[in-house]
Design a protein around this ligand. Structure first.
Ligand code: FRU
Length: 454
């Protein structure tokens, strides 16, 4: 796995402690990271494939490759290296992976279930690579491309098993800007066009079914495009029908792209877990030979708000495996000028606050994460300028701070903000929770997070 640059220096070696290196957000030892691709589970291990431009902190479509990391818990990741490189099919663009338990593809050669990755060959179309040794080595299917698309349109297949129709379904971006198409297959190799969802789609679709308000008898389907915008509706194995015209935002800011959810059929529990590229094109290139990171894995849900059913996102519960120490505050009235977080310095932490707005007399609730203010405007009910209404006047804000990266969750997960390089490196001063008048704290907890790399 290691690469020597000829000067005796191992460019891939890292202690994961460089200036902007997140401690619990996945990043590469070296190279550029972009879209999250296949996410799947098999026999105690979670697998995450991703787009990478190896050996360069900058993206290159020509050198684009697919890499793999594995984890026992979705929290501690072990980088396994690049498994698909540019070939005569073009460089491997985004795609997804399924575990073909029933060997529908006929590609299984050992007792291991065969992993089948469908991706977009840049100059060829949808291609298959498969592994019979649990992801150690991958073979290219001789019949590639299985859906020709030499112009890279359509691209970015997301494949899943649709139990009700007993066959494989592919959602794919395109053809033509702004649409998503569906194909179906019995064997993952021969695909039949099923329908085109007009007016929704741009790169890397994700699609999954979720219970509404946790009620398994009332489920709806969610379709998301790379930006995180989504629609809710029905899917019968052929056609997705949206229940509304508007494309809802699941992300309010700033750095989030190409999210994928885990392949459902082998996932060990009922959760739908999604990971995205915490993408921003900003470097810093000069600090390290690696660039970009992934969002922290999130559990998705649907809940009924006053405006209707909406998607929710919460950090997966496994985050508690990283807690180094925790501090909890009793319910109390916080006075103007008082700082409950005084004396606390931390650079990686999970901070949750719940406030009763109906008994509070402050215009703003402000967090100082050394180097950045995060402000809730009580009058306008906005967090960092984006709507966060509080059901029953109870406001919940949860901040995941990871050195310079920030993810913010509001209420039951209906608010989400993701920002890479949000904070200057180094911390340096105490955390602060500032209010302008008496504020009723229902609860507050702070969990210091230890590095997931050790
Ligand atoms: C989205 C995207 C995909 C493409 C991939 C290449 O970020 O442009 O459409 O497959 O990146 O890395």
């Amino acid at each position: 796995m290691s690469k020597n640059n000829g000067n005796g220096r191992d460019e891939r070696a890292t202690n994961y402690d460089e200036m902007y290196r997140g401690q619990f957000h996945f990043s590469l030892r070296s190279g550029w990271l972009n879209d999250i691709n296949g996410l799947w589970y098999n026999d105690g291990l979670y697998y995450m494939a991703y787009q990478t431009t190896p050996d360069s902190p900058a993206f290159s479509m020509e050198k684009c490759s697919m890499g793999l990391a594995t984890s026992p818990d979705m929290v501690h990741w072990n980088e396994r290296g690049v498994f698909l490189r540019p070939s005569e099919l073009g460089s491997p663009g985004s795609g997804s992976t399924v575990v073909d338990l029933k060997n529908c593809s006929g590609l299984q050669r050992t007792d291991n279930p065969v992993f089948v990755t469908l991706y977009s060959g840049h100059t060829s179309g949808v291609c298959i690579a498969y592994s019979n040794d649990l992801g150690e080595s991958w073979q290219s299917y001789p019949g590639n491309p299985v859906i020709p698309s030499p112009t890279f349109d359509p691209r970015d297949p997301h494949v899943f098993w649709h139990a009700a129709t007993d066959r494989w379904v592919m959602a794919i971006y395109g053809p033509d800007n702004g649409n998503t198409s569906f194909y179906t297959s019995e064997d993952l190799k021969t695909w039949t066009f099923a329908s085109k969802l007009m007016g929704f789609g741009f790169e890397c679709p994700d699609i999954y079914e979720l219970p509404v308000d946790g009620n398994g008898k009332n489920t709806k389907w969610v379709m998301m495009k790379a930006s995180g915008k989504y629609i809710i509706g029905t899917f019968d194995g052929v056609e997705f029908k949206s229940e509304h015209a508007e494309h809802y935002d699941s992300v309010f800011g700033l750095h989030f792209y190409a999210a994928q959810s885990f392949y459902r059929d082998t996932f060990p529990d009922r959760r739908v877990v999604q990971i995205a590229w915490m993408g921003n094109w900003g470097a810093p290139f000069n600090t390290a030979p690696w660039n970009q990171c992934a969002t922290f894995p999130a559990e998705m849900g649907l809940c009924t708000l006053s405006e209707g059913v909406r998607l929710t996102r919460k950090p997966i519960a496994e985050i508690s495996r990283l807690y180094e120490w925790s501090k909890k505050w009793e319910p109390q009235t916080i006075a103007a000028g008082q700082n409950l977080l005084s004396g606390i310095q931390a650079q990686s932490y999970d901070l949750s606050v719940e406030i009763d707005l109906s008994r509070s007399a402050t215009n703003a609730i402000e967090f100082w994460l050394p180097g950045k203010w995060v402000t809730y405007d009580v009058k306008n009910r906005t967090l960092m300028g984006k709507k966060l209404d509080s059901s029953g006047d109870r406001l919940k804000i949860r901040l995941l701070v990871d050195w310079s990266h920030l993810e913010v969750f509001g209420n039951e997960g209906e608010y989400y903000w993701s920002e890479r390089l949000a904070l200057p490196p180094g911390g340096g001063s105490d955390l602060k929770l500032a209010v302008g008048g008496n504020t009723e704290l229902i609860s507050m907890s702070l969990h210091k997070i230890s590095s997931s790399w050790r």
